[in-house]
Write a protein that binds this ligand. Structure first.
Ligand SMILES: NC(=O)c1ccc[n+]([C@@H]2O[C@H](COP(=O)([O-])OP(=O)(O)OC[C@H]3O[C@@H](n4cnc5c(N)ncnc54)[C@H](O)[C@@H]3O)[C@@H](O)[C@H]2O)c1
Length: 386
């Protein structure tokens, strides 16, 4: 079995190492910070022991998985690997320099993948003399639990590298979707209105945080409300993704970040991890009850969902991914109760266009422009799954 090299032993690198070793590969895990490598070792041991305690795997299997992970102190060890996944700090300059270095170490046919969430895969591939072997393989956090993986070929990536990568990642039990090398790929692009529109509704004073979360879970059927989810992800992390996507889309107002979240982030109200975010997580915190008005709840849900549908339709319109991959990405990557394009069919494409146009006429902001695909489909009486 092919040896896998993983660069960076942080949250993502150690998770991916666990996935690959569980699938039977020998894994070389490298980090330029020895303390981080040591932490990864302890964390992996702890996770595997917990799996044994819970009866998910037996002790022998846990030991075998751990035994397949080699914590290496130099990237030169990657000479033996057939496949490398980079999960180091999200910095284009540093990623480019490590890819350039890697090419002098690995064999001719070794595939080089980046787990970047927001950088251009083409820009990373350009650092290599053989860019056809470079692609994006975007895992979600925590990698061992999240089924979805976005495969992101750069314009330079060769077909062989794409096929080999899809086969390998599928053999690890993952669900693979293919996305164009554009900001946010599928999930981090299509999901933006889940946060952004909730924040806008809050900023306009239409509803408070608990009410929006109540509406989205109880009426919308989402597992977590947007504010609970932002507090869970961390407002610093979630804000950064929004800001990066906004900048990468040449400041398209559709992705504009919210001051509310920026201030929370600046104040250190990062969410669960800091004990306070949109909610107070201290022991004796007072909880505000949501306003359970059905009418208000439906207004909130309809507005956020139509913005999500519009984003999904535009991603399809611009060939970011296929219909099935967009719906799969949102149901498996972020646990949406339904695929957004399927949802559009159920609501009615004409109704979606009406709702988008009503928002546009109310605000006269480009943020609320209806996707040309939805408009065309409504005109032609088409369905996404027709
Ligand atoms: N955390 C997430 O939710 C998530 C999800 C998907 C993708 N990603 C992407 O995965 C990558 C890693 O993210 P993370 O959350 O695991 O970060 P992290 O900060 O937890 O880990 C990064 C690790 O890389 C190491 N590192 C930095 N520069 C290095 C170098 N030159 N050589 C070797 N090691 C180096 C650091 O010491 C650190 O241990 C980023 O590109 C990020 O955008 C993160």
């Amino acid at each position: 079995m092919m040896k896998i090299g993983i660069l960076g032993s942080g949250s993502m690198g150690s998770g991916i190492a666990q996935v690959a070793a569980t699938a039977g590969h020998e894994v070389l895990l490298y980090d330029n910070n020895p303390a981080a490598l040591e932490r990864a070792k302890e964390k992996l041991l702890k996770i595997l022991n917990r799996l044994v305690e819970k009866g998910r795997i037996d002790d022998r299997t846990a030991k075998a998985i751990f035994g397949r992970i080699y914590f290496v102190d130099h990237v030169r060890a990657f000479a033996e690997t057939g496949f490398v996944i980079e999960a180091i700090v999200e910095d284009l300059g540093i990623k480019k320099s490590i890819f350039e270095q890697l090419e002098d170490i690995v064999t001719e046919d070794c595939i080089l993948a980046t787990n970047t969430s927001s950088l251009s895969v083409a820009a990373i591939a350009a650092a290599c003399s053989q860019p056809q072997r470079v692609l994006g393989i975007h895992f979600f956090n925590p990698a061992p639990l999240m089924k979805l993986v976005e495969i992101v070929p750069a314009i330079q990536t060769g077909q062989a590298a794409i096929e080999q990568s899809c086969n390998l990642i599928e053999s690890w039990g993952k669900l693979v979707v293919k996305a164009k090398d554009t900001p946010g790929f599928i999930v981090n692009r299509v999901a933006r209105p889940f946060y952004g529109e909730a924040l806008r509704i809050y900023e306009e004073g239409i509803a408070d945080v608990p009410t929006i979360d109540w509406a989205m879970t109880e009426i919308g059927g989402f597992r977590m409300g947007p504010f609970t989810l932002m507090d869970f992800i961390g407002n610093d992390v979630n804000y950064k993704v929004t800001e990066t996507v906004f900048q990468a889309f040449y400041f398209d107002p559709r992705y504009k970040p919210a001051f509310t979240q920026k201030r929370l982030s600046e104040a250190g109200w990062l969410g669960r991890k800091s004990g306070r975010g949109y909610y107070d997580y201290s022991e004796n915190a007072q909880k505000t009850a949501p306003n359970k008005s059905q009418h208000l709840g439906e207004t909130i849900v309809n507005r956020i969902i139509v913005m999500l549908i519009n984003e999904a339709a535009d991603a399809l319109y611009l060939n970011i991914a296929s219909r099935d991959d967009i719906d799969l990405a949102m149901t498996k990557g972020v646990n949406y109760p339904k695929g957004l394009l399927k949802w559009a069919d159920e609501i009615g494409i004409g109704k979606c266009v009406e709702r988008m146009d009503a928002l546009y006429h109310e605000y006269l902001e480009d943020r609320y422009r209806c996707s040309p695909l939805l408009r065309k489909m409504a005109r032609d009486g088409q369905l996404f799954y027709g």
